[in-house]
Design a protein around this ligand. Structure first.
Ligand code: SF4
Length: 483
């Protein structure tokens, strides 16, 4: 049987969510296209649930890309006035069907739920629910949220959310589908993104939707209205859109890595256009560490915008030093021993005509384990590069994420316990500079106090976050997977 090999050694985002209430529209098709735009947030499974007003919930979910899970017949079977959708990337190996989302539960109330984030008190909540006799089908912490809401005795789903939200600790941007509404809510720290969009109908009455990123709105002709506020519960229903803030006063802690890498560059978050912010990161990177060089090349595609900004600031030409194979999915068939030494060549191939004899500034978005960057430096040298100067548009990653991003363990991180000079030597580069934390926030025109940067600083915004191996302990115990 063919083995699957994960080729990327960078951080991995773990989910994208979407929700829409739009009677008269083909909500399943709109959800499909929105998930297609969010595909970069998760490639292992995809799912859509729809409901008709006071009718049943229908859900279809499976492992694979959005385009593999759904076809015309599948979309036609998902009739309804409202829908939620999910794309998922799993981190603990439990990527089976039961862990695909939306999760459907029928306890005291019937609902479907899709979640992006990670609960840091999942083991405790799971234990309580199991003791109370609540059955679980999946090993996902998302089902814990679904079970808490579905078993809650509150009359309305909004009251249930308000009660349950205070029991959840961690990151959760969540959409819930009932038989009469789509309810979206975000954790009180606002760790993971969630935005509201509006579709103007021909009759002048708007329809409303929510999504992890605004690029999903662009795909379906919706316009970005605003972000869902931390601790806010938004209801999309026949009454239009209603908002209720049920938690607040917590330290805001939006994931700063969304700006650097996770989100699509054409998305807008917190009023920031990501493509422009990444360009500014490149400009500041050059200001912090200029070097005598001939040409700037990005590690495509995540280094593209920062490389252009750096080249602009440096007055140097930017060129494509690597050609990327765009048909390599996140996982591909393992090449076997003979081809394995080719490593990342499956994905990136250097262009000798661009790099030979040149002093190169190579721009990448981040380094986790360093496996890819080590091979990139070697490939450039093999192609005749005279010098290779690495510039990284993020600070060194030294600490694991416990809020929904797979970052490897601390010990696997190349910057953990090493100086920048030592990392440079490990990678075989002539020089290496990481964007400073101050430079990062300058590029974002934002302050640290409203963001999480724990993977760089080790300062976790939620008290009690296990700074060592919390997520792996969780995974072993249940095992739990995160969304
Ligand atoms: S630890 Fe890093 S990746 Fe995780 S939420 Fe904080 S900034 Fe984002």
């Amino acid at each position: 049987m063919a083995q699957l090999l994960d080729h990327r050694d960078g951080p991995r985002d773990e989910c994208g969510v979407f929700g829409i209430f739009a009677p008269g529209h083909d909500v399943a098709r709109l959800a499909y296209f929105a998930l297609f735009a969010l595909q970069h947030r998760g490639q292992e499974s995809a799912g859509i649930a729809t409901a008709t007003h006071h009718g049943n919930i229908i859900a279809l979910r499976d492992q694979g890309l959005v385009s593999q899970v759904f076809d015309e017949n599948a979309l036609r079977s998902l009739a309804g006035d409202m829908a939620i959708g999910h794309v998922r990337y799993s981190t603990t190996g439990a990527s089976d069907w039961e862990n695909a989302q939306p999760i459907v539960r029928d306890d005291n109330r019937m609902l479907a739920l899709a979640h992006n984030g990670n609960l840091i008190n999942a083991v405790e909540l799971h234990g309580e629910l199991r003791e109370a006799g609540v059955p679980f089908r999946s090993t996902s912490d998302s089902e814990i949220i679904a079970a808490l809401l579905a078993t809650h005795r509150a009359e309305s789903i909004q009251d249930a959310v308000a009660n349950v939200l205070s029991r959840l600790r961690g990151a959760f941007s969540t959409v819930v589908l009932t038989d009469d509404a789509v309810v979206a809510f975000r954790d009180p720290h606002g760790l993971r993104p969630l935005s509201i969009g509006r579709i103007d109908g021909l009759d002048g009455s708007p329809a409303w939707c929510v999504a992890s990123e605004s690029c999903a709105f662009d795909m379906i002709g919706a316009t970005l209205v605003r972000d869902v506020a931390p601790g806010e519960v938004v209801t999309l229903s026949a009454s239009g859109i209603e908002s209720r803030v049920v938690a607040g006063g917590e330290r805001r802690a939006f994931c700063v890595f969304e700006y650097i890498y996770f989100a699509r560059p054409d998305s807008r978050m917190g009023g920031t256009v990501l493509q422009a912010a990444r360009g500014r990161m490149g400009e500041i990177l050059w200001r912090e560490a200029p070097v005598e060089a001939d040409v700037v090349i990005p590690v495509p595609d995540s280094g593209n915008a920062a490389a252009r900004g750096l080249a602009r600031a440096a007055g140097l030409p930017a060129d494509d030093g690597f050609i990327k194979n765009r048909y390599v999915a996140r996982t591909f068939i393992q090449p076997g021993q003979e081809l394995r030494r080719q490593g990342v060549r499956m994905k990136f191939n250097p262009v000798p005509e661009v790099v030979a004899g040149k002093r190169l500034v190579v721009v990448d978005d981040s380094i986790v384990r360093g496996t890819t960057d080590r091979q990139i430096v070697q490939m450039l040298r093999d192609a005749g590069a005279a010098e290779v100067h690495l510039r990284i548009s993020a600070p060194p990653i030294k600490h694991p994420c416990h809020y929904g991003i797979d970052m490897s363990t601390r010990e696997e991180m190349i910057a953990h316990g090493r100086t920048v000079q030592q990392v440079c030597a490990e990678l075989g580069a002539d020089s290496l500079h990481y964007l400073s934390l101050e430079g990062l926030y300058e590029a974002l025109s934002a302050g640290r106090s409203e963001h999480c940067d724990a993977c760089f600083s080790g300062e976790y915004p939620l008290a009690g976050t296990d700074g060592a191996n919390g997520k792996f302990a969780l995974a072993r115990e249940l095992p739990l997977v995160r969304a």
